[in-house]
Design a protein around this ligand. Structure first.
Ligand SMILES: Cc1ncc(C[n+]2csc(CCOP(=O)(O)OP(=O)(O)O)c2C)c(N)n1
Ligand code: SF4
Length: 267
């Protein structure tokens, strides 16, 4: 199947602003799925609420558009009842790490075979530019006109500490690398987190005087570097990208089946 065969073309044109990075993530995701040669019927996408979460409307998989911050809870139910399906959960940084933060760490801790995409544009796009747990100290937002005093999470470190068995970071500039990383995350059996640094020119860019989409994408290029690069040693401020964790641990649905076997043995 070609990439466009995975799209619900009847829902286009999409609702994202010109220059929004979320469409680039959709592109990377579909290229990964195409490369894996997956059938639409074996894919489930579960999303919450946000500009990022609207991605589930545009893919012709089984899709659920659920509640803000609760996508992983719905996805856990789907995966436990139909473990043979591939479950993808795209989330905004607010969706994943503010209202959904508890679901995020517990899904990681259980190591359930779900691929979580954190589409990190450092702001609440859909509701008008409020600061998120990823905005960062010193940034501006509608709700932080005098500068944000909250420090941000490091999604990679948080995911590692919570127990995710595949953890990676990529950006909306590095499109081929993004598709490759998402493909690896889907193939991984266990809880996979892919943080995609992306741009919201309408709110984060405007509030923080970063220019338009082109300048913001260039910022992603200039401020990130592959894991362990020489550039990182010379400039510790650079954000590392690549695959940070890839390890095998018992997967939750498999373990749950064993519980069922133990409970029903001899009946
Ligand atoms: C329970 C609940 N609380 C708040 C909202 C309002 N709301 C909708 S989307 C959103 C934040 C969106 O930001 P993010 O998840 O980062 O995604 P983005 O829009 O930036 O892609 C909020 C607060 C809601 N829909 N439901
Ligand atoms: S508000 Fe921001 S995140 Fe939402 S569609 Fe526009 S650019 Fe994208």
């Amino acid at each position: 199947m070609a990439v466009k065969d995975y799209l619900r073309e009847r829902f286009f044109p999409h609702m994202w602003c010109p220059g929004c990075g979320h469409g680039t993530v959709l592109n990377g995701l579909l290229r990964a799925v195409e490369k894996l040669g997956m059938s639409k019927n074996e894919m489930v996408m579960v999303s919450g609420i946000g500009c990022s979460s609207r991605i589930s409307g545009y893919v012709d998989f089984h899709t659920l558009h659920t509640l803000h911050g609760r996508a992983l809870a719905f996805a856990t139910g789907v995966k436990l009842s139909k473990p043979e399906l591939t479950v993808l959960v795209p989330m905004g940084d607010g969706d994943a790490l503010a209202i959904g933060g508890n679901h995020f760490i517990h899904a990681a801790r259980r190591n359930i075979d779900i691929t979580a995409l954190v589409m990190n544009n450092r702001i609440y796009g859909m509701t008008g530019g409020q600061f998120s747990p990823m905005s960062g100290y010193g940034t501006s937002a509608t709700t932080a006109p005098y500068s944000n005093i909250d420090h941000s999470f490091d999604v990679v470190e948080l995911s590692k500490a919570a127990g995710a068995t595949f953890v990676a970071r990529t950006t909306a500039y590095h499109v081929q690398n993004m598709a490759d990383i998402i493909r690896k995350a889907i193939l991984h059996e266990g809880f996979s987190v892919v943080e995609v640094l992306t741009q919201c020119p309408t709110y984060f860019g405007r509030k923080n005087r970063m220019g338009g989409a082109v300048e913001m994408v260039k910022w992603l290029k200039d401020n990130t570097t592959p894991i362990g690069s020489k550039a990182k040693q010379e400039n510790p401020e650079l954000i590392e990208r690549g695959v940070f964790v890839q390890k095998e641990l018992p997967e939750y649905c498999n373990e749950y089946n064993k519980v069922i076997e133990r409970a029903t043995k001899g009946r």
